[in-house]
Design a protein around this ligand. Structure first.
Ligand SMILES: [Zn+2]
Length: 206
């Protein structure tokens, strides 16, 4: 039976590709607690799971990575560097700390590189933005980086929050803008249990 990788069942709770990507690690600032991406293959499988790569492209990239494993490894390391850059920028914004100049400049240069592959494509009702074809090993990074710049320059940047129970990031699109948790299942219920446990202890102790 085919082994299912964690990358393929990752909870996509970020609301934008860039934040979902930043959330592929739980524990950015101390000891990593849960890593979803261990190699280039995981990066491709996650990108397909996240809707960034169509199935056909994912299969092509996996084939290409087996042909050029050293190149795939370089791209994987760059992807992790970009992920951590995106994480620091938006975790900073969520805590109302301005992003560091070095991180902004790293994102900007990754974005310039992505834009070199951006294309204007004809669609049924006019034109749309898309990406050049082919199986460039880093093609999943282009839309991710583009989404980071889009979010950073939009009004929604102010709605980026960090979960109260873990370090995952998300765009708070709740109606009252009071979302606190990445998900009720993962952190919300855990916090509820902790509160209940503390209340129980207090009642038992009194
Ligand atoms: Zn959480």
């Amino acid at each position: 039976m085919k082994e299912i990788r964690d990358a393929e069942i990752h909870h996509l709770i970020g609301g934008e590709a860039c934040l979902n990507f930043a959330d592929t690690l739980y524990g950015h600032e101390g000891a990593p607690l849960h890593e979803y991406l261990f190699d280039y293959r995981d990066l491709v499988l996650w990108s397909r799971h996240a809707g960034i790569l169509p199935d056909k492209d994912a299969r092509g990239l996996l084939r290409e990575s087996m042909r050029c494993p050293a190149d795939a490894e370089v791209i994987f390391r760059r992807a992790i560097f970009i992920r951590e850059t995106i994480y620091r920028i938006f975790a900073g914004i969520a805590r109302v700390h301005p992003p560091k100049a070095g991180d902004l400049s790293a994102l900007h240069s990754a974005w310039l590189d992505a834009m070199a592959h951006s294309r204007l494509l004809e669609s049924a009702d006019g034109f749309r933005r898309g990406w050049e074809g082919g199986f460039a090993l880093d093609r999943m990074l282009w839309p991710i980086v583009d989404s980071a710049v889009e979010l950073l320059t939009s009004e929604e940047a102010q709605s980026v929050k960090q979960c109260g129970g873990c370090d995952w990031l998300f765009v708070d699109r709740s109606r009252n803008h009071l979302r606190r948790w990445c998900s009720m299942d993962k952190c919300g219920n855990r916090a509820k249990m902790r509160r209940r446990h503390a209340r129980h202890k207090m009642t038992a102790g009194s």
